[in-house]
Design a protein around this ligand. Structure first.
Ligand code: AMP
Ligand code: TRP
Length: 344
């Protein structure tokens, strides 16, 4: 069966939105709007898998919504909402908890990283996180999912869940007239020059919201001075830039900065090295600072403007949630019939 093409993705409201979130995800969300119907979600249910201060969470939810819009997502043509306003995500996640296998979840590297050594003390939600993510996507029967590299394994699990549901309930799916498969197998869209932006302090570590050092990341809300300072201090090696891409292979910090430049400028690493091959880092960093400030300052300014009116953001999220609920409600009705639940 052919499924209607639909894009879904989500970002957690956990503070410190950074350049990795922008280049790996949100910038790509913006680009997809012209080709697909898109649903972009502030995944607050995912956020509380680790502790979130109740007085801070509303601000972080509105901040991600503001970032979506400031970066250029159109909430009228597409759907922008926060996950907790559409109960069907949690409802379908429960069904998926009964489809997914413990063995699958035990392989998830993000859980291992986030739970760390004290695994006994991690929340059950952190462990079950990937089945909720599968539900986010599949409650809309979305076909395409733009994400950064780090989400690839979760996307594979989402496909496995969809596949197993389709197989396990195959007879019922056919009996209810849904053809041979009820869920599409969602495709990850992991493309571009910045699918894994690395820390500015350590080219082997991912740029992350939770890194203790603010110097490790460029935040979407950083001003020009902060950006300049962070780029200036970014770790490098003593050699000038190579003139060809293969010269970046064993140089993680150089590779990262060139990748960031390429993604911000809308070109490739090879293209950047055409201009900056053999340049010293001091020259390259000055150009990178200028480019980053040029691209990020308008976003930060627009985010500030939007966040000054929380009621307007809440209205956008309410409207998006209502439209999301309509689609998700239809899916849940069908799932209940397929599973064999009685509903009036
Ligand atoms: P999160 O902050 O974990 O909710 O991530 C939101 C989106 O940003 C996901 O699609 C991630 O894959 C993406 N992302 C997060 N960190 C990075 C990074 N360092 N480089 C590229 N993409 C990232
Ligand atoms: N797990 C994603 C992250 O941490 C966020 C997310 C939740 C998501 N649900 C999703 C991404 C569905 C894509 C599709 O980055």
């Amino acid at each position: 069966m052919a499924f209607k093409q639909l894009v879904f993705s989500g970002v957690q409201p956990t503070g410190n939105l950074h350049l990795g979130n922008y280049l790996g995800a949100i910038k790509r969300f913006v680009e997809l709007q012209d080709r697909y119907d898109c649903i972009y979600c502030v995944v607050d249910l995912h956020a509380i898998t680790v502790w979130q201060e109740p007085t801070e969470l509303p601000k972080t939810i509105r901040e991600v919504a503001a970032a979506f819009i400031a970066c250029g997502i159109d909430p009228k043509r597409h759907i922008v909402f926060n996950q907790s306003q559409v109960a069907e995500h949690a409802e379908l996640a429960w069904v998926f908890n009964c489809v997914a296998r413990l063995g699958w979840l035990n392989r998830m590297t993000q859980f291992k990283e986030k739970a760390g050594k004290d695994r006994e003390n991690a929340s059950v939600g952190l462990y079950a996180y990937p089945t909720l993510m599968a539900a986010d996507i599949l409650v809309y029967r979305a076909t395409h999912v733009p994400v950064g590299e780090d989400q690839k394994q979760h996307l594979e699990l989402s496909r496995d869940v969809a596949q197993k549901f389709n197989n396990d309930f195959g007879d019922s799916i056919r009996m209810h007239g849904f053809g041979d498969a009820f869920f599409p197998l969602p495709e990850p869209l992991i493309t571009g020059e910045a699918t894994r932006v690395m820390s500015l302090r350590d080219g082997t570590k991912k740029m992350s919201k939770s890194d203790a050092s603010d110097q490790s990341r460029i935040n979407l809300t950083d001003d020009a001075d902060a950006i300049a300072q962070k780029v200036k201090r970014a770790k490098t090696d003593p050699e000038p830039l190579p003139s060809e891409e293969k010269g970046l292979a064993a140089r993680p910090e150089a590779d990262n900065l060139v990748g960031i430049f390429a993604a911000l400028a809308g070109t490739t690493r090879a293209g950047v090295l055409k201009d900056f091959g053999n340049a010293q880092f001091s020259t390259f960093k000055a150009a990178l600072t200028e480019l980053a400030v040029e691209k990020l300052s308008p976003i930060a300014a627009e985010m500030r403007r939007l966040q000054a009116d929380p009621a307007a953001i809440d209205a956008i999220l309410a409207d998006g949630s209502a439209r999301a609920r309509t689609i998700a409600g239809e899916t849940m009705k069908a799932v209940k019939d397929i599973v064999g639940f009685v509903r009036a």
